[in-house]
Design a protein around this ligand. Structure first.
Ligand SMILES: *Cc1c(COP(=O)(O)O)cnc(C)c1O
Length: 481
């Protein structure tokens, strides 16, 4: 199937090549020229793995034997073979995406991406090993390390800001096992680490290297496509629970950062799933909520450090894919992205704004509203949610209050509360003395909600990756791997 850059229809690749390359050569993102016909009703009859297989076979037909790849990716890795269960909490339904090997929603995609990359490499006859380079502000790093651990033909190197991730997140990364993994702290903040990685890609472009560089970021269609499955799964769960009938529309509210997760929901809708509104939930970094309200994307603002750090982001890469899908106009997209790069903002034409309004709604929650939501949901429903999920829940309530829309609403839950024990405990009024592991224990004592095993077992695990380097040393570090 033919993919092309969102900025130029002449820059094409088949689906296996698109997964291998990640980013198109002009900096655009790969999208299919036409979405395939899809039997969405048949998809709803399958298990989570069968759904995943049907969706990925349709979108990535140049990657063979998808059934085996899906089985290798997911079997035995999640808490249950439901992979992503849906539970009802008051008027809303919560789609729990965090029950994978690292307790992050990113596990759903990052268990699958290594399988897709390996198969794409084989399909394209690429002999060289792949080196995945990733800068992380916390969650992506661990999910990627875990997904790529001991995958033959692929190495992975993760950089994180020294002193810039939580104690739990650091412990998750520095204890990572596997012959092909490297983790290193960089003196500086997340932007320094991210810029360092971009500079390595730039320095190596066009050079003869021992390995091919690639990234585990959601700019890669192989990272985005596996996320479509859980919208189908949630819909099926609501049908099985008798909450909806086939064909009823369901709204989804998505805590959003890079716009990958919510875009997967839009792709589910394009494949036929009866999705109503897609509600975009931002934290205090509300560049997306502002954009959806007024049609101007403006990153010229300070980045706030919030209690939902995985959404602390000012440039949401995957929004480019939406602009392309809604306008079908690569030249327009290329112009907007150029303006964003050079001037820091752009405004979309009126027709495009109207198309966005028809599909999306948006609002934001600051840290105060987030904490209040965690407390309210616990007090009224005895359901413990993390800070990102609470942002989603707050915005979902705001949507229902303002629009009166009575269609069933699913809030996507993107992390375990135990990954952010300090903010969650503080919201519940618990004592904050001790380290994060002590806070996890206290949270469990207070709520009775069990700590995920992968997090509880971190305490006392040997640290294997303790290096700290300057950002200027990153290139040499990678060349020596
Ligand atoms: C990555 C992440 C998000 C944001 O998802 P995007 O696909 O980047 O919009 C939200 N919550 C958590 C916990 C995350 O790790």
């Amino acid at each position: 199937m033919l993919y092309h850059s969102t900025r130029n229809p002449a820059l094409t690749a088949d689906s296996a090549q698109a997964v291998l390359e990640g980013l198109a050569p002009d900096g655009g993102l790969y999208m299919p020229a036409h979405l395939p016909a899809f039997d969405w009703q048949k998809c709803l009859c399958g298990s989570a793995q069968e759904m995943s297989c049907m969706i990925l076979s349709a979108l990535l037909p140049d990657i063979p034997d998808m059934e085996t790849l899906v089985k290798n990716a997911y079997t035995g890795k999640f808490e249950s073979e439901a992979l992503t269960p849906t539970v009802s909490v008051g008027n809303f339904h919560v789609l729990e995406l965090f029950r994978g090997p690292t307790s992050a929603f990113k596990d759903v995609a990052l268990c699958m991406l290594p399988q897709l990359l390996t198969a794409a490499k084989k399909a394209k006859g690429q002999e060289k090993d792949i080196l995945i380079l990733t800068a992380t502000s916390g969650d992506t790093g661990k999910a990627a390390l875990s997904g790529f651990q001991d995958v033959p033909g692929i190495k992975i190197c993760v950089f994180y800001p020294h002193g810039g991730v939580s104690q739990v997140q650091r412990a998750q990364m520095v204890t990572q096992e596997g012959e092909n993994v490297t983790v290193c702290a960089v003196r500086g903040n997340f932007d320094d680490a991210q810029t360092g990685v971009k500079n390595i890609f730039a320095a190596c472009r066009g050079k003869e290297m021992k390995v091919e560089l690639s990234s585990a970021n959601s700019i890669n269609i192989g990272r985005l496509a596996p996320q479509i499955m859980y919208y189908f799964k949630a819909y099926k769960d609501l049908m099985d629970a008798g909450k909806i009938r086939l064909g009823d529309e369901v709204n989804f509210c998505v805590p959003t950062g890079n716009f990958g997760d919510i875009l997967a929901g839009y792709l589910a809708k394009k494949l036929g799933l009866p999705v109503g509104k897609l509600i975009c939930a931002s934290n205090a970094n509300k560049v997306l909520a502002d954009f959806i309200h007024c049609g101007t994307y403006d990153r010229r603002r300070p980045l706030h450090k919030t209690d939902s750090p995985s959404m602390d982001i000012l440039v949401s890469s995957n929004l480019e894919r939406l602009l392309y899908l809604l306008s079908g106009d690569c030249e327009l997209v290329a112009g907007l992205m150029k303006q964003l790069n050079e001037q820091g903002f752009y405004t979309v034409p009126a027709e495009l704004k109207a198309a966005i309004d028809a599909e999306f709604w948006a609002d934001f929650a600051g840290d105060g509203a987030t904490a209040e939501t965690i407390r309210n949901v616990w007090d009224h429903h005895r359901y413990l949610c993390d800070t990102h999920t609470a942002v989603g829940r707050y915005v979902a309530e705001s949507y229902v209050n303002r629009t009166g829309d009575t269609r069933p609403l699913v809030v996507l839950s993107t992390a375990s509360p135990y990954k952010f024990p300090k903010a969650v405990l503080e919201a519940l009024g618990g004592s904050l003395s001790g380290d994060e592991f002590a806070l996890m224990e206290r949270l469990e004592e207070m709520t009775g909600v069990p700590t995920p095993k992968n997090l509880a077992s971190l305490r006392g695990k040997p640290e294997r990756h303790t290096g700290v380097i300057a950002k200027e040393e990153m290139l040499d570090f990678v060349l020596d791997l």
